[in-house]
Design a protein around this ligand. Structure first.
Ligand SMILES: *Cc1c(COP(=O)(O)O)cnc(C)c1O
Ligand SMILES: [Zn+2]
Length: 430
């Protein structure tokens, strides 16, 4: 099988560009997709190759992204930057499934990636593109996980990284990683959307390669979440995928990848996709429910900092995927997010707040009669529980009311006792 040709294509006017040129947007101002020439490809042969690579011990095939490289970005060999990302587990949801009212609920834990979030899948592809273009420095604006991931992959690829973070709350686990991996970290006075605008200017002026999810290569790497879930399910297509939405790159990647598999005949059914936003940062949900044109949310708020984004860059790609998959958009409150998180955590699985929109959203959609309780549902857990220890401790100490209006409904408070056997006995009786 020869290498598959790729080009860039505008989501809006469909103008195409050669990938030889560094480009993040069309001249018309809209975002770009990386398009693979699927015509004449043998889906069955591709699938057979991927099956053969499963469990590989050496080389690129070990990566849960590059295992599918024909449909990701089949770069020249010297360009690949990988940390054996992907290969994350697909769990039975246990308590979280009962809580959501679902009989067949699986959780794909993307928090098990090398830096603790699905961003590594996009970043391995973005960093590979950076090498492909000969970049020496990469940059991103980030609410946390993108910067943690980029800093790590920059080191793996022998590049420098510059990170723009918004003012105010950044989850500690993420900031710690960015600093530890040696990213040059610039905290700007403004929110995420301000940081995003600035980093685009900086990259254009200073010859730095931009690794936000506006970068079409990032989205390509993230398609592998869907590919890997299907491979784990022996290519049996679930009824639903439920996934959190912030900048809306990840759900766009999921639908794009599934559409390609469907075109190639590797899957024969289209799963429905539900995108879940936090109520305080839900421009897509608003647009979807009220049938209004897209309008950014000016002051996005949520304890789920990974999706605290008012002006999502990939909303057009997201809408396209929702239409293709007969999908839905829902929003969930702060209380719903943290109670669902308590259930994911109590199932012994654990994930950061934004991830748990998948479970909170699934529950709501079951209650509203949109998802059948008998359906097979895959929820994507996007980030690791340890990314945001403050949120966990705050919930279990029940101290989130003042700032976020969140009660510790299922709080498991630590108990202070005297160092005596009697005190322990008493504490255990309760
Ligand atoms: C980035 C991120 C999201 C949001 O993904 P988008 O592609 O921006 O919609 C959700 N959860 C976590 C943990 C993230 O890091
Ligand atoms: Zn265009």
């Amino acid at each position: 099988m020869k290498k598959i040709e790729c080009h860039l294509e505008c989501v809006h006017c469909h103008r195409t560009y050669d990938i030889g040129e560094v480009r993040y947007k069309c001249d018309c101002g809209h975002t770009l997709d990386l398009r693979h020439d699927l015509a004449g490809l043998d889906g069955a042969e591709l699938k057979a190759r991927w099956e053969k690579r499963w469990g590989a011990r050496h080389g690129l095939d070990r990566s849960g992204v590059w295992r599918y490289r024909e449909l990701i970005f089949d770069a020249p060999e010297s360009c690949f930057v990988t940390r054996q990302e992907g290969n994350t587990r697909l769990y039975e949801a246990g308590k979280a499934g009962e809580y959501a009212g679902l009989k067949h609920f699986l959780l794909k834990h993307e928090g098990e990636n090398p830096t603790g979030s699905f961003k590594d899948r996009g970043m391995t592809c973005g960093a590979t593109a950076a090498k492909f273009y000969g970049a020496k420095i990469v940059a991103c604006a980030s609410t946390g996980n993108t910067s943690a991931s980029m800093a790590s992959y920059a080191v793996a690829g022998g590049m420098k990284s510059v990170i723009f973070i918004p003012e105010g709350k950044i989850a500690y686990g993420k900031l710690a990683q960015a600093l530890a991996f040696g990213g040059k970290t610039l905290q700007i006075r403004g929110n995420f959307d301000d940081a995003m605008k600035l980093v685009q200017e900086v990259c254009a002026e200073l010859n730095i390669y931009l690794l936000n999810s506006i970068n079409p290569f990032r989205i390509e790497g993230q398609k592998a979440i869907g590919f890997e879930v299907l491979q784990q399910l022996d290519w049996q297509v679930p009824d639903w995928f439920v996934i959190p939405g912030g900048n809306l790159g990840n759900n766009s990647a999921l639908s794009k990848g599934l559409e390609e598999l469907y075109t190639l005949g590797i899957i024969d059914k289209i799963p429905r996709i539900a995108v879940i936003q936090a109520a305080g940062s839900a421009p897509l949900a608003k647009m979807w429910k009220e049938h209004t044109p897209f309008a950014p949310v000016l002051n996005p708020e949520t304890i789920a900092t990974a999706i605290k984004i008012g002006n999502p860059v990939s909303y057009e790609k997201s809408l396209r995927g929702l239409k293709w998959s007969n999908g839905v958009v829902e929003s969930v409150t702060e209380q719903e997010i943290m109670d669902a998180k308590a259930m994911v955590d109590a199932a012994g699985i654990g994930a950061e707040p934004a991830s748990c929109c998948s479970v909170a959203g699934a529950k709501k959609l079951v209650e509203n009669g949109v998802i059948d309780p008998e359906a097979t549902v895959v929820g994507i857990l996007t980030g690791n529980i340890l990314k945001d220890p403050d949120a966990v401790i705050g919930y279990h100490q029940d101290t989130l009311m003042e700032h976020y209006g969140i009660r510790g409904t299922f709080a498991n408070k630590p108990v202070v006792i005297d160092p005596t056997l009697e005190a322990v006995r008493k504490a255990l009786e309760k």
